[in-house]
Design a protein around this ligand. Structure first.
Ligand code: ATP
Ligand code: MG
Length: 672
C-alpha cells in the first residue's frame, strides 16, 4: 500500500520484518548463526531508501569491506529487480543507484575517511601514513634501541617486539593500564613494567611527530575529537541519521564509544546485529559484553531475537545447537531449522596422521564433486599453519583452491619493502619506511639510517642529503636511490611509480633472496593492483586497511573456471560466510582448543566460540577431522578435541582410527 517495490513481508519472517522496518530508535538484533541477521540488514538498507531516506545519511559498518560491498550489491539487486517499465521510462534516478552514496565499510576505513575529510576542522595533517601491525612492531623495536632506557633487569627476559606491540595495543583497546595488564597476563615480564610504560609513551610521541597512525590511533583519534570538538560531533550527528552495525559482538571499547557518541541524540537511529556466541576477537580487544550492555546504554532500545535458522539442515543444526549449549556466557538461544530435508549427521573422523587427514578431505571432495562445484567446499583451519598438508594434497590431486587468511600478501617482506618506497613519496616523515629502505643497504645500520632520515626531514624533506659525501660514502646505493626517488616522485601513475621502484629494488632483492623469481610474480600482482588506483593515498589506504587476502602465490594452478575453487581459510576469516560442505581439521586437544588457552576460562570459552563459528558455516555437510597425534615445538598432543568429546553420538557420527580403537579395547581411560 506504501507503493514499495520489494515485498518485504513475503521475503522475511515476521521477526526479520520487524527488524527491517523498525527504522527509528535504537534496536538490538541478537540471534544465532544463519538466522538472517546480515540478510535483515540488506533488506533494511533497501527499505530505508524506498522510504525516502537520503543515502548520505546512512552509515553501514561491517567487519570487512567485502562484507559491506556484499550487502550493498544485494540491496542493489533487490531494488533493481523491481524497477518497473514506468520507472525506466521516467528516467528518474533508480533507487538502486542511490546505494553508491551510502557510506559503508569497516570502522577503520570510516574513521580514516573522517580524519582526512575533516583534517582542517580537526587541525591535523591529512598526509599521514598508516602503520600496520608489523610496522608498529618495527617502530617499537627501533625506539627501544634508540632510547637509552635504564639497564634492564636480567632476572626476566625482555619481551620481543610482537609481545610489546600486543601489550600496548591491548591496553588501549581494553582501557586497562599497562601495569595491570602485565601483572595479570604477563607476570613473567613484570620487572620490565616501568620500561614498557615509558616505551608506550615514547611510541605515541614518535607517531605524533612523524604523522604516523597505527590501527588503534585511527579509531581512538576520532573518538577523542568527537568528545572534545562539539562542532565535529554535531556535524556527524547531523549527517549520519541511520546507523547499522553487523557483527557487533566483535566491537571493542573505542568502537563502541564511537557509535555511542554519534548516536547520542534520540533522533539518530541505530540498529546493531550480532551473536554473542560468535565473538572471536578478544585478542584484539573485542568486548562481547558490548552486546550484553546495549540495553544499559540505551534503556529505550528494542530487542529483537531471530530464532529461525535458514542455513543448515536439521542434522547439522542439531549439532550446532548442542555446541552452543556448552557456551556458558551470554544469551541462550535455540535455533529451529527451516530446511525441510533432515540431512546427514556431522561426521568426526579420527585419522592416523596429518597426511591421512589431508587425504581424507581430498577423497571426500572428489567423492562429492559430481554433485557440487569446487566452490561449494571450504576447509576451515584454526591457524593458517594447519592448512599446509591440505594444500600439498590438493596440489598433488589437482584440486583447485584459494587460501584466505593467514599471512597476507602485503605482510610479505618484499612487498613491504616496495611499499616503503611508495610511502616515503607520500609522507617523507614516515621514518619507519625510511629505515626499512636504508637498512637494506650494506654499510647502513640503524644509527646511520636515523641520522640520514633526520637530515632529510630537517632539509625540508628533500632527498639531497642522500648525496652528501658524509652519507654517500656509507653505501654506493644512496646515489641511485636518490635518482629513483626523484624519478618516481615525478611519475604520472601509481603503476609507474612502482615500476621505477622495482627497477632499483629487484637487483637488490636478488642479492638478498635466492628465490627472487617467485617474488617477481607477487610484483606483477602488486602492479595490477596499482592500476586500479589513480592516487597514492587511495592506494596506500586500501592496502593498509583492506589488504587483499590472497595472491597468485597462494593459489594453486588456475582451474578452467577461474572462480571455481575450494576455499581454504582460517576460521577467523570465514566469519559471516557459508558453504554447502565444510571441513574443520586438526581437532586435537592442544590445537583446538589451543594449549595456551587451557588454563584460562575466558580464553577457553573463546576457543569454543571459534569452533562454533567454524561449524555453523556449513549448510548441508559438516566433516570434522583429527590426526592421532600432533607434534610441534610447542608440544605433543594426542587426544581428540574436548569440543568433540563433550557431545554424544546423537549429534555426531564418529569414525575412529585403529589407534583409538586399541585405546578403547585396553583399560586406559579414554576420551569418549
Ligand atoms: P552469521 O551469524 O553466520 O553471520 P546471519 O545471521 O548473518 O549468519 P545470513 O547470512 O543473513 O545469517 O543468512 C543465512 C542464510 O539464510 C543465507 O543464505 C540467507 O539468504 C538465508 N536466509 C535468511 N533469512 C531467510 C528467509 N527469511 N528466507 C529464506 N532464506 C533466508
Ligand atoms: Mg551475518
Amino acid at each position: 500500500e506504501l507503493g514499495l517495490k520489494v515485498d518485504y513481508a513475503s521475503e522475511l519472517n515476521p521477526d526479520q520484518l520487524l527488524a527491517a522496518t523498525t527504522i527509528e530508535g535504537k534496536v538490538l538484533v541478537i540471534a544465532g548463526a544463519g538466522s538472517g541477521k546480515t540478510k535483515t540488514l540488506t533488506y533494511r538498507t533497501s527499505y530505508l531508501l524506498e522510504n525516502g531516506v537520503t543515502p548520505k545519511s546512512i552509515l553501514l559498518l561491517t567487519f570487512t569491506r567485502k562484507a559491506a560491498n556484499e550487502i550493498k550489491s544485494r540491496a542493489k539487486v533487490l531494488l533493481a529487480d523491481t524497477l518497473s517499465d514506468d520507472d525506466l521510462a521516467k528516467d528518474t534516478l533508480p533507487t538502486s543507484k542511490m546505494l553508491n552514496d551510502v557510506t559503508s565499510g569497516t570502522f577503520h576505513s570510516f574513521c580514516n575517511m573522517l580524519l582526512r575529510q575533516y583534517s582542517g576542522l580537526l587541525g591535523i595533517n591529512p598526509r599521514f601514513t598508516i602503520l600496520d601491525t608489523g610496522d608498529s612492531e618495527d617502530a617499537i623495536d627501533l625506539i627501544h634501541k634508540e632510547k637509552k632506557y635504564p639497564a634492564q633487569a636480567k632476572s626476566q627476559a625482555f619481551p620481543r617486539k610482537k609481545t610489546l606491540q600486543n601489550i600496548i595495543s591491548t591496553s588501549r583497546n581494553r582501557r586497562i593500564h599497562i601495569r595491570d595488564l602485565i601483572e595479570s597476563n604477563y607476570p613473567d615480564i613484570a620487572v620490565h613494567i616501568p620500561i614498557i610504560e615509558q616505551l608506550a609513551i615514547d611510541f605515541h610521541e614518535y607517531k605524533r611527530a612523524n604523522h604516523l597512525y597505527d590501527f588503534d590511533d585511527i579509531i581512538s583519534q576520532v573518538v577523542r575529537h568527537l568528545k572534545t570538538n562539539d562542532i565535529f560531533r554535531q556535524m556527524l550527528q547531523n549527517q549520519y541519521r541511520y546507523i547499522m552495525v553487523d557483527e557487533y559482538q566483535d566491537t571493542n571499547i573505542p568502537q563502541k564509544q564511537l557509535i555511542d557518541l554519534i548516536c547520542e541524540p534520540k533522533s539518530v537511529s541505530l540498529m546493531v546485529v550480532g551473536d554473542d556466541n560468535q565473538s572471536i576477537y578478544a585478542f584484539r580487544g573485542a568486548n562481547y559484553e558490548n552486546i550484553l550492555l546495549f540495553g544499559e546504554t540505551y534503556p529505550e532500545a528494542k530487542l529483537i531475537k531471530l530464532e529461525q535458522n535458514y542455513r543448515s539442515t536439521p542434522a547439522v543444526l542439531n549439532y550446532i545447537n548442542a555446541l552452543s549449549a556448552h557456551i556458558t556466557l551470554g544469551y541462550q538461544k535455540q535455533l529451529y531449522s527451516s530446511v525441510s530435508i533432515e540431512g546427514c549427521k556431522p561426521v568426526f573422523s579420527h585419522l592416523n596422521d596429518e597426511t591421512r587427514e589431508a587425504k581424507y578431505i581430498a577423497d571426500k571432495i572428489i567423492e562429492l564433486k559430481p554433485d557440487h562445484d569446487y566452490s561449494d567446499f571450504a576447509v576451515l583451519c584454526r591457524t593458517s599453519f594447519q592448512s599446509n598438508y591440505v594444500q600439498l594434497e590438493f596440489m598433488e590431486r589437482s584440486i583447485p583452491f584459494i587460501v584466505v587468511g593467514g599471512i597476507k600478501f602485503i605482510e610479505r617482506r618484499h612487498i613491504k619493502d616496495v611499499l616503503a618506497f611508495v610511502k616515503i613519496l607520500y609522507n617523507p616523515n614516515d621514518t619507519i619506511a625510511w629505515h626499512r629502505i636504508l637498512t637494506l643497504f650494506q654499510g647502513v645500520g640503524a644509527v646511520t639510517a636515523t641520522r640520514l632520515t633526520q637530515a632529510i626531514n630537517d632539509d625540508n624533506n628533500s632527498f639531497e642529503p642522500l648525496l652528501t659525501p658524509k652519507f654517500a660514502k656509507k653505501s654506493e646505493q644512496l646515489e641511485p636511490l636518490y635518482h629513483t626517488l626523484t624519478k618516481a616522485s615525478q611519475a604520472e601513475s601509481v603503476e609507474s611509480i612502482i615500476e621505477h621502484v622495482l627497477e632499483f629494488y629487484v637487483p637488490i632483492l636478488k642479492t638478498l633472496e635466492e628465490n627472487w623469481r617467485e617474488r617477481n610474480e607477487d610484483f606483477r600482482v602488486l602492479k595490477n593492483l596499482a592500476t586500479e588506483y589513480s592516487s597514492l593515498d587511495n592506494f596506500l589506504e586500501n592496502l593498509a586497511l583492506d589488504p587483499p587476502n590472497d595472491s597468485v602465490a597462494t593459489t594453486s594452478q588456475p582451474a578452467q573456471d577461474d572462480k571455481d575453487k575450494v576455499t581454504i581459510s582460517t576460521i577467523h576469516s570465514a566469519k559471516g560466510l557459508e558453504w554447502p560442505v565444510v571441513f574443520v581439521n586438526s581437532l586435537v586437544d592442544g590445537i583446538t582448543p589451543h594449549h595456551r588457552s587451557l588454563a584460562d576460562f575466558e580464553e577457553l570459552e573463546e576457543e569454543r566460540k571459534l569452533f562454533y563459528v567454524a561449524c555453523s558455516r556449513a549448510k548441508t555437510r559438516l566433516y570434522l577431522t583429527a590426526p592421532d597425534y600432533f607434534a610441534s615445538y610447542s608440544g605433543y598432543f594426542d587426544k581428540p578435541s574436548r569440543f568433540i568429546a563433550e557431545l554424544s553420538a546423537d549429534e555426531v557420527e564418529v569414525k575412529r582410527s585403529r589407534k583409538s580403537l586399541e585405546m578403547l579395547a585396553s583399560d586406559d581411560p579414554v576420551w569418549w
